[in-house]
Ligand binder design. Structure first.
Ligand code: NI
Length: 172
């Protein structure tokens, strides 16, 4: 098991558009396992590869309630093929420390991608699952939840984050 370092705002890798995965090899399986471990360790309910510094189109997620057995899901080259309705749920992001905000998103999405063996899969999600799928696929396009909130909220967070980073510098 390896827990990877999670890149945080304003790391430029988070702004990068991730590249499609063309080869599913052992190195990719290692990355997938490590991302799953990293997600549980954080703890979080979703993680995109660019959050661990690898701009590849790969996401892992698990929205299973805490009192139920873990069910890690993996999607390679995920794509939203259908989206409808709207909902606003409170979101957080492992790359945006100490920040939570409601984000307006579609309430139901259909996503196509590949599983860890390269087989095509189609997944339909509503509620929290729909949020996680949209949030993680946004990451692959270099979009953070910060880009989906009001300019005022974003400005306030940026200010707070700069202060945080500065005080971290000062204390070593
Ligand atoms: Ni995130």
């Amino acid at each position: 098991m390896a827990v990877l370092n999670i890149c945080t705002y304003p790391d430029p890798v988070l702004k990068q558009k991730a590249l499609p995965i063309e080869k599913i090899d052992d190195a990719l399986q290692d990355l997938i396992r490590n991302m799953v471990d990293t997600m549980y360790q954080a703890p979080g309910i979703g993680l995109a590869a660019n959050q661990v510094g690898r701009p590849l189109r790969l996401i892992v997620f698990d929205v299973t309630p805490k009192d139920q057995p873990r069910n890690p899901r993996v999607l390679i080259n995920p794509e939203i093929v259908c989206a409808e309705g709207s909902q606003s749920l409170e979101e957080g992001c492992l790359s945006v420390p100490e920040f939570y905000s409601e984000v307006k998103r579609c309430s139901k999405v259909t996503v196509r991608g590949l599983d860890t063996q390269g087989n095509p899969v189609e997944l339909e999600g509503e509620g929290l699952l729909a949020v996680v799928l949209q949030h993680e696929i946004d990451h692959l396009d270099g979009i953070l939840m910060l880009d989906r909130i009001s300019p005022l909220k974003r400005a306030l967070y940026k200010k707070r984050r700069q202060k945080q980073l500065k005080s971290k510098d000062e204390t070593g």
